[in-house]
Ligand binder design. Structure first.
Ligand code: MRU
Length: 366
């Protein structure tokens, strides 16, 4: 496979949103309006919602209209552009104060995926650096930067696919968890980018996805986007992974990440740690695919990563119907930590990182 990333240094927005990017893309940016594909309604309804303020984008991230670490970061960046255009006629001091209030608000939307903080901090740095500009001009450079965050993410995913496909077997089952595809990123995907690249290389792998209770990102989103892309996929329940590994039906696991600590510990969708332990017990490689923007070098280990707890109704109801015993207590942590000891390799756009992860991660930032 040819490294196509070098040829994609200046991806136009039109390319990201359609031609050249074969995966689904979860947002559109048109005439300073953000449109988000409502992922709560997939796969049965493709509804695009319109956003004109940072507050509304923050709410969309909280409500999981858009989800997945890189997609949250890109949406937040575009949300901050909306905030800037809303303040473009104000004086510079008023702009700075109010725009930072909006940034503080959007940063609270979801706690685990570090891409949100990474993207907003990148825009904050730009505002600090251009203290001479008036708000109108600042809004324009913020828009350019937010689009760069998006295009860089797609390029990173193409590079991750390029590096990662070589690690997958020629045949056999490859398990993925949750959705780390086009829908979770600027397009193409991280874990699904590796799978897409392996398939376009002609590898005859069988893709297996688990449901990913309780939000069903696997059953609803991963299955939908792969089928849409013409890639066959088999759906299993979350508890099936161990049995399939024992039976030799899974040859490799590839998942995404919401945050990777400086020592290589990985926060990803709840259930990831269980799969990693099962992979180790069954001598199966366990790969994590993520852009460098998902690595948080200031968080030293996984136990320092905040784990989001979501509402009980995600578990006690199904398709709007009560399914659990009335009065039951619910605990719903939606991410878990996989120790770096269980990770065979971390696939980034810069290359494949292998243990010891501390120095490998340090090298990504130097
Ligand atoms: O709660 P979500 O759907 O935002 O969580 C997303 C995940 O955990 C994905 O598995 C993922 O790999 C990170 S995004 C590429």
């Amino acid at each position: 496979m040819k490294d196509i990333t070098a040829e994609r240094n200046d991806l136009p927005l039109s390319l990201l949103q359609g031609e050249g990017n074969t995966s689904v893309v979860p947002f559109r940016w048109e005439r300073r309006i953000l449109y988000l594909l409502d992922q709560r309604l997939l796969p049965h309804e493709e509804t695009w919602l319109e956003y004109r303020s940072a507050r509304d984008v923050a709410q969309a991230i909280r409500d999981m209209v858009v989800r997945g670490a890189p997609a949250i970061g890109i949406s937040a960046a575009l949300g901050m552009v909306l905030a800037a255009y809303g303040l473009k006629d104000k004086d510079r001091d008023f702009f700075a104060e109010k725009w930072l209030d909006e940034a503080a608000f959007i940063l609270q939307a979801r706690p685990t995926a570090v891409n949100l903080k990474w993207a907003v901090e990148r825009l904050k740095k730009l505002v600090r650096r251009h203290s001479e500009l008036n708000p109108d001009d600042l809004a324009a450079i913020l828009e350019k930067e937010a689009i760069s965050i998006w295009t860089e993410d797609v390029k990173a995913n193409l590079a991750i696919g390029f590096h990662g496909q070589a690690l997958l077997p020629e045949t056999g089952g490859v398990l993925t968890h949750c959705n780390a595809g086009g829908l979770a990123t600027g397009g193409y995907g991280t874990a699904l980018g590796v799978i897409r690249a392996a398939r376009s290389e002609g590898k005859k792998i069988n893709i297996i996805v688990d449901e990913t209770r309780p939000w069903l990102q696997g059953a609803r989103l991963t299955a939908w986007e792969l089928i849409k892309d013409g890639i066959a996929v088999t759906l299993v329940v979350d508890g099936a992974a161990g049995f399939l590994m024992q039976k030799g039906q899974i040859k490799a696991v590839v998942v995404g990440a919401d945050r990777i600590a400086a020592n290589g510990d990985v926060a990803n969708k709840i259930g990831t740690y269980t799969i990693a332990e099962l992979a180790r017990a069954n001598h199966i490689p366990f790969y994590v695919a993520a852009p460098v923007s998902t690595i948080d070098p200031v968080t030293l280990s996984g136990d320092q990563i905040p784990i989001e707890e979501r509402g009980s109704r995600e578990i006690t109801t199904f398709a709007g119907k009560e399914i659990a015993a009335p009065g039951v207590e619910v605990h719903n942590p939606v991410f878990d930590i996989t120790s770096h000891h269980l990770v065979t390799a971390i696939i980034t756009e810069l290359g494949v990182l292998t243990p010891p992860y501390g120095p490998a991660i340090y090298a990504c930032f130097s």
